[in-house]
Design a protein around this ligand. Structure first.
Ligand code: 4NP
Length: 174
């Protein structure tokens, strides 16, 4: 399904709290898209399946790790996934299988099943296919999450560019 310039590809990243993994995936993916000169072609956001952290900023530990790699999460405000998101976004990338189950639970009639995928299915080293939840662990978990998210987001962008017939514009002569 090729997109025109007027119809951005809508991409949503989903985790449980929307304060650690999905804000990071959103921030990393947005940075890659910006660097490729393709920000006009994408609409990117994140959301959590749970309500507990709505209105809060990204977890300080996640922000600190992201900042070390030049990814700014300081403006993030956590929000909860809604049924409207399922209709609105073209792609919904979830961090683990619990997220997958929760998202599909919102999809009462199964209309949006094909939009929802495990983010790590694009990871060249997918492990068990899930981005581990770092919330109750130590600093190291946040670094691990960063490494997973960064390499997966790169592959994901390559995949979407190919699927939509888009090319990176930065570095190409006009
Ligand atoms: P996230 O991490 O889903 O990556 O944002 C979590 C944040 C909060 C909680 C669990 C996971 N919590 O239980 O409050």
């Amino acid at each position: 399904m090729p997109q025109t310039n007027h119809q951005p590809i809508r991409v949503l990243f989903v985790c449980l709290g929307n304060i650690c993994r999905s804000p990071l995936a959103e921030g990393v993916f947005r940075k890659l898209v910006d660097e490729a000169g393709l920000s006009a072609h994408f609409e990117i956001d994140s959301a959590g399946t749970g309500p507990w952290h709505v209105g809060e900023p990204a977890d300080r530990r996640m922000q600190r790790t992201a900042r070390r790699y030049g990814v700014d999460l300081s403006k993030h405000v956590a929000r909860q996934l809604s049924e409207k998101d399922l209709a609105y976004y073209d792609y919904i990338f979830v961090m683990d299988r619990e997220n997958l189950e929760d998202v599909l639970h919102l999809d009462h009639e199964g209309r949006f099943r094909d939009k929802v995928q495990l983010f790590r299915s694009f990871d060249p080293e997918p492990g068990n296919g899930e981005v581990p939840d770092p919330y109750y662990g130590g600093e190291r978990g946040f670094e691990t999450v960063y490494q997973i998210v960064e390499r997966t987001a790169r592959r994901l962008l390559q995949h979407l560019l190919a699927a939509h017939g888009l090319k990176e514009t930065v570095g190409l002569s006009r």
